[in-house]
Design a protein around this ligand. Structure first.
Ligand code: ATP
Ligand code: MG
Length: 445
């Protein structure tokens, strides 16, 4: 009987290790990204999992003769000699002189779009999205999602280092967490249930168990409008922490996480950062401004007439981004103390001025990426606030177990992964930073 013992066999070399194999014969596998015939030789660009490798075919390198069946998007194993040379910037580059190409698989048809240019030229976003499984093969498109991986990975690594526990909350819920018009209703064997808009109530409950928790998972919002910043399903990076001194503990934790993420991108994702010309922000300190002071500033300094005194519109957010950059040379700004009327029922009011809350949003280059704050932890205060908000506390029995049986002072936040990716990479539309976006007009692919 054959037995499996977990040994991972890799007889092929990775391109990043070519420097250790200079002048040696190696094998490497991947897709044929591009073939460029020159006089007397050909360039065969191989696309591996993370990079493109220049391979050179010439009859004098070996007895191997180029197989006419080879074409773009064929899956192959190329064997050859690693050859290093220095480019005009003094950087050492490696290529492979081809000794053999083993065909592993051939495509049935030609691709419907050209993906082997540096970027997808003149292709409409809707086409790019329709063809996601193949449009993402383009190195620049693919790099977007490696950067996204880096962001989520940085968030997770930083929080694990800070004693957070990773949780998984259900996405099919009996009660709609935050209510409102943007909750998706679902028929559940004849019963009405809701898709989770956020892990809010569960992550709070779990503060009572683990003290510090986080989750990176999809959430669902029935956004009835078609905007450049809203998806109907997005990835929420949430954390919640207990035993806080005040809500600045949460803002400090987020600032620490963002510093960690940006550093990770610069070190472990340098190639993708370069490919996308991503402008990675330097974070030292993030300025804060109170909501009402921000409104005041917008009216006086920027002569802006606000349409809503309880929230910001996108233009106001952009102006605040400008202000943070010009006054503090910061790409980020925390806006604190939002009006109670605009924040959910679990938000703690400011004891010094209950019209406002101990809450904040984080704006990045003039766009909201996070909402967070301190939560009500006292049982009676929470029940009272729910009633004031027109809710029936009996419907929230499970949630209120936290408060009823003892909750520490706590708070947390939610950070939209696609929105952060979008703005970091300078995109105008959040769909560009979403692998398979779901919006009012799109549920496939
Ligand atoms: P907005 O005011 O932009 O509609 P929101 O205040 O309704 O956002 P929150 O409930 O505060 O959103 O969600 C926390 C974070 O999740 C936001 O700061 C944002 O980064 C992200 N987010 C919220 N809604 C969406 C959405 N529909 N699509 C993508 N990301 C979203
Ligand atoms: Mg918000």
């Amino acid at each position: 009987m054959e037995k499996i013992n977990g040994t991972i066999i890799n007889t092929d070399v990775e391109f990043k290790d070519f420097k250790d194999y200079n002048e040696k014969i190696v094998s490497i596998k991947g897709y044929i990204h591009r073939i460029r015939e020159m006089t007397g030789f050909s360039f065969v660009i191989l696309r591996t999992a993370r990079e493109t490798v220049q391979c050179v075919y010439a009859p004098e390198f070996s007895d191997y003769r180029f197989d006419e069946r080879l074409k773009e998007e064929a899956c192959v194993r190329v064997t050859g000699k690693v050859v290093g040379s220095f480019d005009k910037n003094g950087k050492e580059r490696f290529e492979l002189q081809i000794h053999n190409i083993e065909i592993l698989s051939l495509p049935a048809e030609q691709l419907p779009i050209v993906i082997n240019k540096k970027q997808l030229d003149n292709i409409q976003l809707s086409t790019v999205l329709d063809l996601r499984p193949v449009s993402m093969r383009n190195p620049k498109e693919r790099a977007i999602f490696k950067i996204q991986e880096g962001i989520a990975r940085g968030f997770r690594e930083f929080l694990l280092k800070n004693n957070f526990t990773e949780i998984r909350s259900p996405k099919i819920n009996y009660a709609g967490a935050e209510g409102g018009t943007n909750v998706f209703k679902l028929d559940y064997f004849g019963k009405q249930v809701y898709l989770a808009q956020s892990p809010q109530l569960y992550k709070q409950s779990l503060v009572g168990v683990f003290e510090r928790v986080f989750e990176i998972a999809p959430v669902f919002r029935a956004e009835h409008h078609d905007t450049s910043r809203h998806l109907n399903e997005y990835t929420s990076m949430d954390f919640e922490m207990g035993f806080i001194n005040d809500f600045t503990d949460i803002m400090n934790m987020e600032t620490g996480a963002l510093k960690y993420i940006m550093n990770l991108l610069k070190t472990e994702y340098a190639e993708e950062v370069e490919l996308l010309h991503a402008d990675i922000p330097e974070i030292t300190e993030i300025p804060t401004i109170k909501f009402m002071d921000a409104k005041e500033l917008l009216m006086t300094k920027y002569k802006y007439k606000p349409s809503d005194m309880k929230d910001f519109d996108p233009e106001e957010e952009a102006l605040l981004g400008k202000y943070a950059k010009s006054e503090f040379n910061s790409d980020f700004i925390f806006v604190t103390h939002y009006p109670s009327k605009k924040r959910p029922f679990y938000t703690m009011d400011d004891p010094n001025d209950p019209e406002y809350t101990l809450s904040f949003d984080l704006l990045f280059r003039g766009l909201e990426i996070t909402s967070g704050g301190q939560r009500v932890h006292d049982y009676h205060a929470q029940v009272e606030k729910m009633i004031k908000c027109g809710m029936n506390p009996e419907e929230f029995e499970t949630y209120l177990m936290l408060h009823k049986y003892g909750a520490p002072p706590h708070g947390g936040l939610g950070l939209g992964l696609e929105r952060l990716t979008m703005h970091l990479l300078g995109f105008k539309n959040v769909r560009e930073a979403t692998m398979f976006p779901r919006d009012i007009n799109r549920v496939s692919p």
